[in-house]
Design a protein around this ligand. Structure first.
Ligand code: HEM
Length: 403
């Protein structure tokens, strides 16, 4: 779909640059400003509109007829050079009814039995990892704790053979950087991921996946639904690309939150059944995925602002998750908070397809650590990892105290 170049119509505007380094490190002050500026705000710098209030983010995400994903969920349109490194996703970048059919294939593989398999693997691996970390005492909570689970344990459960860690991390970084403009972050990610898309595509083929794995189940479900082998391979790729860096980021932010709020860690230690909610609260509070885009399919009047057809709208999950119109004390990290309404996983037709898996990973690790770690101590400043749409840390030196 060609994007239109019609001039914007009246409504509040902001000179915010949602891809400037300051915003990528800490978007929350600017998001507050954006929420106060209006329900929908024009950003002339990129010639797009933005929504950051909970009510509007939720409504746009649920309105796929007027706010489409088919021109891509990034700033650019899918035909631009920035996207030439891969074909459009068959799940993220399509609208119903095609989306519904593809999503059903993915959902079929996430059966209760498959989830049980994931759970068992995660619990065993989490206990082993937690033992290793406690024995180390001091470590980097990104490289040693947050990365191994999503980039080694999860892909293995999905059926990937061999060492996929570096390739998957490079691929995830590229996928999320490609949401933004062709800036230095995207250029660096393209450079780092040279040859990686081909390698990942190879790993997602039926013959490359371990027999009996979730990946093979996805190929079977796709074939039963009449999809081609090539389409099935692309759907497996979507799980690999969406499911790694996001969870790494969530786990790293969890450790940071517990190091900064010791009383919250004590609450989880006292009642480990809080582990699941605690991870959801991390995803709400930090919103690893800051914001994606939609494209208007028709002229849309949103709170008296006219958005012409075929224009990009930035949907800021991170803005919604700190909106005081929806949340009580939104800035506070509170593991006992009711997290219903958390938009960190999106909402509507495209709500995260791996949410259950992410939650299981988070819960398994937090539980295993809560059984062993008395308290977390920062051994230096956390280093942010700059990415155009995925907030994260590149380094988090910590020390753990344990009995
Ligand atoms: C804390 C971890 C995670 C976060 C914060 C997260 C966040 C998100 C968000 C915000 C979306 C919505 C995109 C949109 O509306 O355009 C999404 C979609 C998606 N996620 Fe996740 N995700 C996480 C983990 C995972 C995992 C572990 C997997 C794979 C097992 C996964 C697979 C997907 C897929 C396939 C989609 C596309 C769904 C669709 O378009 O129908 N995600 N995720």
């Amino acid at each position: 779909m060609e994007l239109s170049t019609a001039p914007p119509t009246a409504g509040p505007t902001s000179d915010l640059d949602p891809f400037a380094d300051a915003f990528l490190v800490d978007p929350f002050p600017a998001l507050e400003e954006l929420r106060e500026t209006g329900p929908v705000v024009y950003l002339p710098r990129y010639d797009v509109w933005a929504v950051a209030r909970h009510q509007d983010v939720h409504a746009v995400l649920r309105d796929h007829r007027r706010f489409s994903s088919a021109a891509g969920v990034g700033l650019g349109d899918l035909t631009t050079d920035a996207y030439s490194w891969r074909r459009p996703s068959l799940i993220l970048e399509v609208d119903p009814p095609t989306h519904t059919a593809h999503r059903a294939v993915v959902a079929k593989t996430m059966s209760p039995r498959a989830m049980q398999t994931f759970q068992e693997v995660f619990d065993v691996e989490a206990a082993a990892l937690a033992d290793r970390l406690v024995a180390l005492g001091r470590f980097d909570a990104v490289a040693d704790l947050a990365e191994p689970f999503p980039s080694v344990v999860f892909p293995r459960a999905l059926g990937a053979e061999g060492d996929t860690r570096d390739a998957l991390l490079a691929y995830g970084s590229l996928s999320f950087n490609a949401i933004g403009p062709a800036n230095r972050h995207l250029e660096a990610a393209l450079e780092r991921a040279r040859g990686v898309p081909e390698l990942i595509a190879e790993k997602c083929r039926r013959e490359a996946l371990r027999p009996g794995s979730i990946g093979i189940a996805l190929h079977d479900a796709a074939a039963a639904a009449g999809l081609t082998e090539d389409q099935a391979t692309q759907l497996v790729r979507s799980l690999f690309s969406a499911g790694v860096d996001t969870t790494v980021s969530g786990l790293a932010f969890a450790v940071l939150a517990f190091a900064r709020h010791r009383e919250q860690w004590q609450l989880v230690r006292d009642d480990p059944s809080l582990a699941r909610n605690a991870f959801d609260e991390v995803v709400r509070h930090q919103s690893p995925v800051t914001g994606f885009f939609r494209t208007t399919t028709t002229e849309v009047v949103w709170d008296d602002v006219v958005i012409p057809a075929r224009r990009k709208v930035m949907v800021l999950f991170a803005g919604a998750n700190r909106d005081p119109r929806h949340w009580d004390r939104p800035e506070d990290f509170d593991v006992r908070r009711r997290t219903a309404g958390n938009l960190g996983y999106g909402a509507g037709a495209h709500v995260c397809a791996g949410m259950t898996i992410a939650r299981m990973e988070g819960e398994a690790l937090i539980r295993a650590l809560a059984a062993r770690v008395d308290s977390w101590h920062l051994e230096g400043d956390p280093e942010p990892r700059l990415n155009n749409s995925l907030r994260g840390l590149s380094r988090l030196p910590v020390r753990v105290r344990s009995q």
